[in-house]
Design a protein around this ligand. Structure first.
Ligand code: MN
Length: 499
């Protein structure tokens, strides 16, 4: 998927006029070199734009307000080359509303032992100036990322790149609109939540539509459009008839093709980027959207099953954060379904009735048509595959009544030991960190859901930073987790975020 906007990040260097014009010229030259080299490195996913050196209160305030207004600006990177008295920044920072990165670097890598004098020290004192600036940002309670190290370092560049993707998740969050074509499944607790509070915290618009309104849009899709898409499916995927009649099978597949086109037109026309469905509330739809939803997720739409709008929005955000990433391995909604409890081989089989995003697939993708075993509709067509190996994160955003909490579990994805020929759904399989028992215990203590927004491409740090920017609690379950300390994390969350 591609982002709609051509995002850029502004590079703002702090200084003052105490050291004379020559020093300020050097400051500007150094900043230009740093920005050029960062852009040339090929490491950053977005362009960095150099802004004039900030030396007065007026210019600082004006620059931050311009950053607010510029829709393509996704954040500001600040570095204080010399000393920049931080009271100059108060009004600008107070009014600034976008992601902020403090790049704590220095133009020269090594102390120039032979030539260093006081002029050099005064010109190259970010060790000093960045502390003054950081003090003010901390005093003002502003959420920001601090990246430390020389600007030529690969590790530093990768940290900036990673933060840029977090920033996209932050600025795009308030443009996420979720279409609910069904309410949450009756009696289910964990998929519920306060939609007003979600809009206040995350900027999400979560709206309901009668299912038959979207079913009408599906019905309006022409036979020729539908057949063209069916042909595309038959070219792209393996067809596993498994004893079914070939024509009957194709008719079932065509129902999903018509749903895919109809849903996408409806979502585009009404400007929604995420959708929820519910197998028990399908109106005039002939099948539960399976293959159709899988394809929409692959295109970048968020999705949550059984009315789970929080997961739909989180899947959308994680897809935005990983958009355009080279060698991306995929992002999907998943559900903790069933366990393998054999000692040494413990893990959670991830699946859903149908709706797993094919971006996480490894190997061939097939179409199967099988009974759903729930609901009262035709046997839906779906894409079936297994998923990639390697580390990933599973996230669960829950509503605790007085606040949202984001649970972030680092997981290790594996292949299952044997094929599962009778299972007609896409799957993944993982062992939660730090180990199966501790990971599951912590997840349950934290109140984590069975639906997750999962990604191979986004890190726990990025999601934790995203949560911090949203002003909500985040807890991490990873190789550093032990239950005694994790309970203290939860207690601390109650103190800080509980009402
Ligand atoms: Mn479910």
């Amino acid at each position: 998927m591609k982002l709609q906007r051509n995002y850029k990040f502004w590079f703002c260097t702090g200084s003052q006029d105490l050291y004379g014009d020559e020093c300020l010229k050097n400051v500007a030259d150094h900043s230009r070199i740093i920005v050029d080299e960062l852009n040339k490195s090929g490491v950053l996913p977005f362009e960095v734009v150099l802004k004039p050196t900030l030396i007065t209160n007026e210019l600082i305030r004006k620059t931050f307000n311009e950053a607010n207004i510029d829709e393509d600006c996704a954040g500001v990177i600040v570095w204080c080359h010399t000393f920049s008295p931080a009271k100059s920044w108060i009004l600008g920072l107070q009014e600034y509303r976008k992601p902020l990165l403090h790049l704590h670097t220095q133009f020269n890598e090594e102390i120039p032992y032979d030539s260093i004098d006081m002029d050099f020290m005064n010109e190259n004192q970010s060790a000093h100036g960045d502390r003054e600036w950081g003090h003010m940002v901390t005093r003002m309670g502003i959420e920001r990322k601090v990246v430390v190290g020389h600007w030529t370092s690969q590790a530093v560049r990768e940290k900036i790149a990673s933060w840029m993707r977090t920033a996209i998740g932050i600025v795009e969050s308030s443009h996420v609109r979720v279409m609910r074509v069904a309410d949450n499944m009756r009696n289910v607790a964990v998929t519920e939540g306060d939609k007003v509070e979600a809009q206040l915290k995350f900027g999400w618009e979560v709206d309901a539509y009668p299912v038959n309104e979207i079913a009408e849009a599906v019905g309006a899709v022409s036979e020729s459009d539908t057949n063209a898409l069916v042909d595309e499916y038959y070219d792209k995927y393996e067809i596993l008839l498994e004893g079914r009649d070939a024509d009957e099978f194709k008719r079932h597949v065509a129902v999903q093709a018509q749903i895919e086109i109809g849903f996408e037109r409806f979502l585009e026309e009404k400007n929604y980027q995420a959708i929820v469905t519910h197998f028990g509330d399908l109106g005039a739809l002939k099948q539960l959207p399976g293959l159709a939803i899988q394809r929409l997720m692959e295109k970048g739409y968020g999705f949550g099953a059984e009315g789970d709008w929080k997961v739909a929005a989180m899947v959308r955000i994680m897809k935005l954060m990983s958009a355009g990433m080279k060698d991306a391995k995929g992002t999907s909604m998943l559900e903790d379904y069933t366990y393998n409890l054999v000692p040494g081989k413990e893990g959670i089989l991830q699946a859903h009735m149908l709706e797993i995003c094919p971006t996480i697939a490894e190997g061939p993708i097939s179409i199967k048509c099988q009974p759903l075993s729930m609901g009262d509709r035709e046997d839906p067509a779906r894409l079936v595959f297994t998923s990639k190996e390697g580390p990933g994160i599973a996230t669960s955003l829950i509503d605790l009544g007085d606040r949202f909490r984001l649970i972030i579990n680092s997981v290790d994805c594996k292949k299952v030991e044997k094929p599962m020929p009778k299972l007609p759904v896409a799957t993944a399989f993982w062992t939660p960190q730090p180990d199966f028992a501790t990971g599951c215990e912590a997840w349950i203590l934290a109140g984590g859901a069975h639906h997750t927004a999962f990604s191979y491409d986004i890190t726990a740090e990025q999601m934790g930073d995203w949560a911090a920017a949203m002003g909500i609690e985040a807890v991490y379950i990873d190789n550093n987790t032990n239950i005694r300390d994790f309970k203290k994390d939860l207690m601390l969350g109650n103190v800080v975020f509980g009402k």
